[in-house]
Ligand binder design. Structure first.
Ligand code: ATP
Length: 966
């Protein structure tokens, strides 16, 4: 609890608790002991040696040097050494340590060393992958720099949040994240969401008057705002009192930072798969051990070697870190395509997205407004409908371009038109910036809609500076997406005041009682009202965005401006119709969505007909009569009504952000995976509710960016589609490398099976050590390279994946173990026999030598065949159903690096004498490599057959039966 302080002026002091306390200059007044919340505003300035003009740049710099940057120091959850050690102490690793130890005890030192080496290599590799993935995601945070608006050197500036210092004068408005603890000195209906600090989800009202503490929590003090909280509504100014670790948030940071990212569904599934496969591997190892001893009569030590070999070979320990790294690499690729993903799991969800709910202005369109037409009310004359139509020439924000009426340039701007133009321009906050070093054309600071109104006023010969000097602004009722209008109050020369209002035409027209014609206010009759609505719809059908402009003379009234009381009995001045061209790349992106089975639903605050026209132009709407559901209508629809609206072609217009939540929930209830865009503070609930909340990086508020899973750095719809494509690609890539590493398990297992079935008469074609050299040597880098594959052609020609679909499917297992694994086994066994047959054992199947250099080089041939066929497999895996011949061989350079690494490892294992000793190999004639490489294309070609069959089945599924219209 906090109470208003009594009028007594407490002693002034810079509180000791502030982050890097303000260094008082020599000669400063001695400090008292009142905390900032108890000080009157003037004393707050004094205490922090600042003023309403803010700090000077030099002062801010020197304070930054002494107070340090405004950052929360990262508290690492677990020390690096512990995380490194964890990779060597999980269950599977422990089993391998024990297995290795048993091997030593059983006097099999080679195997013992190998198993331990495998464990070490594997652990180190896993740690490296984890570390890289973590670094990649941490780097993302730096790409979304936090900024704050301050007054410094008496000018409003946007500065990096980490450069805020105690004494800075902070400007706050709805949607801003508060970047430091600060004492309010001005408030306008300010509400702050402090849930990050207090858990309280309802916004807290904040005021600037001094208060006395009565023992409650600091966060309850109503005149302090805290770092890490967000402005939910209203605006204010505040003096920074603490930064960095001295803030309330800094104090509790160690509590929040240790909460890590929870594993994604894919990571969880793969952890389960790893466990299941490990269990099967251990069970079959044990079974094999029993069978080898009991059936084949193999001695105990040798059986143990085999059993350990099976276990080590088939346990996919590397799977999880490889997936994590693949996800992280996908995130990095997405950044290059302007989509910044904040959670790894969002990458997967993107791949399942089946509906994208998008707003219009700025996302589908360029948000570059140019007024193209004006309409002004006028009584009907000579049978012509009431009203005047004007066209406006010119492009962009340059003020060249003529106003024309009935095809001829206007000779003079009459009083009515001048008032319309002046009202439109005065009721704005945007700033036009002339060409400068950064841009060679006129640009806008603020709302482009408002800039367009200033530009048309200039085209009519008005000077905004002069207008403001003649009738200075007294107050403002800011635009909000609920009222859909904005008003400003101005002083007139005669001592009266005038309210200028601009906003959504239909809604504004309801507030108008008169219209201006020939300098007089005329009652707004039905005919002129109908003509205004007709003009509105005619402009809107051309895709133009509309604003109505009105005014009212008001008597000087005491007290603050109230929207309901002020915005009534208005005089209609006219309509301004502005063009906002669609972004050029959006049409193709929408077409991609249609091909990819993704529905695009437009949810806009704009007028229905404008929205429909734009939607039609870019292909979102294709039918003759789409249903346009307005916000008002939506409120009257029950859940069934909304469901049936969503069943057909629909777009939502004149909706407020609050309505989005309902639409998203309804789509999710139908089983859709929904991505939704948003930029305002009120969009946050819908962004959180959506499976993928997408915030605008340029036009979005901090609150929206915080609530979102993905931030678009270019605010462009097309970037969402690119991100979906990457999401699909990464999932496909995970499947690719799982399929790749599973394939070689078959030729690894077959020699053991033949050995057991023949009761040892077919010697083991591949030894345990050689299996290890494949799984933990030659296969490693190529598998990783598959994680970096670009999306395969046609990835956006299929419907989205169902979120409950598993990554490891029966089809994947058939492809890996039977189809490709079968061919590989054939190659491997053929290579083994080939070597014996050309070395004097022609045609002999059984009882071949099982030791000696001939045997060693025959097993090296088997090893070589697995490697050369895995190279073919690598190319086959690059696509799941698209033809290999449609892929670019050089799109993924990592792949070639993978092949090179594979060849170096296998050459070392076969030709380097120390490794020959470890892996039991011996060299074979170099010409034999020709035989081995002849098998490489076999894998590609065999898989081509399967792919052709899959494509045929896919085509049959998507073919529309005769007589059915799509
Ligand atoms: P989207 O929701 O697709 O981004 P939008 O920008 O039209 O579309 P809002 O910003 O909610 O949605 O605006 C709703 C309506 O309010 C606009 O169609 C326009 O008529 C009116 N409007 C927009 N900006 C202003 C403004 N600065 N001042 C007054 N009225 C405005």
């Amino acid at each position: 609890m906090a109470l208003a302080a009594p009028a007594r002026r407490p002693v002034v002091r810079a509180p000791a608790s502030i982050g890097g306390a303000v260094r008082l200059r020599r000669g400063d007044a001695p400090a008292g002991d009142a905390p900032p919340h108890a000080l009157p505003v003037a004393d707050v300035f004094a205490a922090f040696h600042t003023s309403p003009r803010g700090l000077t740049g030099a002062d801010a710099a020197s304070r930054l040097a002494s107070a340090g940057p405004n950052v929360i120091r990262e508290v690492h959850g677990r020390p690096l050494a512990l995380r490194f050690a964890a990779n060597f102490t999980h269950l599977m690793a422990l089993l391998l340590w024990i297995g290795g130890a048993i091997a030593f005890v059983a006097r099999l030192p080679q195997l013992g060393v190998a198993i331990w080496a495998v464990n070490l290599i594997n652990g180190a590799f896993s740690f490296w992958q984890e570390y890289k993935a973590e670094k990649a995601t941490a780097a993302l945070r730096r790409l979304l720099p936090r900024t704050a608006r301050v007054i410094r050197d008496a000018r409003e500036q946007r500065v990096p949040a980490e450069t805020l210092v105690p004494g800075d004068l902070l400007l706050l408005e709805a949607g801003d994240r508060v970047s430091a603890d600060a004492r309010l000195i001005e408030d306008a209906e300010l509400q702050v969401d402090q849930s990050t600090l207090t858990g309280e989800s309802r916004p807290t009202h904040k005021v600037s008057r001094p208060v006395l503490e009565t023992g409650g929590a600091r966060a309850e003090l109503p005149n302090l705002v805290f770092s890490g909280t967000c402005v939910a509504a209203g605006s204010g100014r505040a003096v920074v009192v603490a930064t960095g670790m001295a803030t309330e948030f800094g104090r509790i940071a160690h509590l929040t930072q240790t909460v890590g990212e929870s594993p994604s569904p894919l990571q969880k599934e793969l952890a389960n798969v790893t466990r299941a496969v490990s269990a099967v591997a251990v069970a079959s190892g044990v079974l094999f051990f029993v069978l080898a001893v009991a059936l084949a009569g193999v001695d105990l030590a040798e059986s143990f070697v085999f059993a350990m070999g099976m276990i080590v070979a088939f346990v996919p320990e590397g799977l999880l870190p490889t997936v994590t790294l693949a996800l992280a690499m996908a995130v990095q690729r997405m950044v290059r395509r302007h989509a910044l993903v904040k959670r790894l799991s969002a990458v997967e969800t993107l791949g399942c997205t089946s509906v994208i709910c998008t707003d219009k202005t700025g996302t589908l369109t360029q948000n570059e407004m140019t007024v193209r037409g004006l309409w002004m009310p006028a009584p009907a004359r000579d049978g012509a409908p009431p009203g005047r139509w004007l066209t406006v020439g010119g492009a962009g924000y340059e003020s060249t371009g003529a106003l024309e009426q009935e095809g001829a340039p206007l000779a003079t701007v009459d009083g009515d038109l001048a008032l319309l133009l002046a009202a439109g321009a005065l009721c704005t906050n945007a700033r036009l910036l002339p060409p400068n070093a950064e841009a060679c054309h006129w640009t806008v600071l603020g709302d482009p809609t408002e800039a367009a109104l200033q530009v048309v006023a200039r085209k009519g010969g008005l000077d905004l500076e002069q207008l403001l000097a003649q009738s200075p602004r007294l107050a403002e009722l800011p635009f909000d997406s609920q009222r859909k209008r904005m008003s400003t109050l101005h002083a007139l020369v005669e001592g009266t005041r005038r309210l200028y209002v601009k906003g959504a035409p239909r809604e504004l027209l309801e507030l108008c009682a008169t219209y201006r014609s020939a300098g007089r206010d005329v009652p707004l009759d039905g005919a002129v009202r109908a003509a205004a609505l007709d003009a509105n719809d005619r402009f809107a059908r051309d895709g133009l965005r509309l604003l109505a402009v009105a005014c009212r003379d008001v008597a000087a009234a005491p007290g603050p401006l109230d929207a309901a009381a002020a915005e009534r009995d208005l005089t209609l001045l006219g309509l301004a119709a502005m063009m906002d061209p669609p972004r050029p790349e959006v049409e193709a992106a929408v077409a991609t969505c249609h091909r990819a089975g993704i529905r695009v639903v437009m949810i806009t605050g704009d007028y229905g007909l404008t929205a429909e026209s734009v939607a039609r132009r870019i292909g979102i709407v294709r039918g003759d009569r789409p249903r346009i559901v307005t916000g008002r209508e939506l409120e009257s629809l029950d859940d069934d009504g909304l469901r049936s609206a969503l069943a057909g072609e629909v777009l939502f217009a004149r909706v407020s952000p609050e309505h989005k939540l309902r639409i998203v929930a309804a789509l999710q209830a139908q089983g859709h995976v929904v991505a939704v865009t948003g930029d305002g503070v009120n969009d946050a609930p819908a962004l959180k509710k959506a499976d993928i909340g997408v915030a605008m990086g340029v036009a979005g508020t901090d609150v929206a960016k915080e609530a979102a899973d993905m931030v678009l750095t270019d605010d462009n719809f097309a970037s969402i589609v690119s991100a979906v494509e990457e999401g699909r690609a990464v999932y496909a890539n995970v499947k690719k490398f799982i399929c790749y590493i599973f394939t070689s398990n078959t030729p690894e297992a077959i020699p053991f099976v033949l050995f057991a079935l023949s009761r040892g008469r077919i010697p083991l074609a591949l030894t345990v050590m050689q299996i290890l050299s494949i799984d933990l040597g030659t296969d490693m880098v190529p598998a990783l390279a598959l994680g970096a594959e670009p999306a395969e052609p046609g990835v956006m020609d299929r419907p989205p994946r169902r979120p409950d679909q598993h990554v490891i499917t029966p089809a994947l297992m058939r492809r890996a173990y039977l189809w490709l694994g079968g061919v590989q086994s054939l190659a491997a066994m053929t290579a083994f026999y080939f070597h014996f047959w050309v070395s004097g054992y022609w045609g002999q199947w059984f009882d071949l030598p099982a030791s000696g250099s001939l045997y060693a080089s025959a097993t090296a041939m088997t090893l070589g065949a697995v490697v050369t066929t895995q190279i073919g497999n690598l190319f086959a895996q690059r696509t799941e159903s698209a033809s290999f011949f449609k892929t670019s061989l050089f799109a993924n350079r990592l792949l070639w690096f993978g092949i090179a690494s594979e060849l170096v490892v296998v050459a070392a294992v076969i030709y380097a004498p120390p490794l020959q000793w470890v892996f039991g190999t011996a060299p074979f004639a170099p010409a034999h490599w020709l035989f081995l490489f002849a098998w490489t294309p076999a894998l590609v070609l065999v898989d081509e057959v399967r792919k052709a069959l899959v494509r045929r089945a896919e085509r049959a599924m998507t073919r529309v039966p005769k007589g059915v219209t799509p």
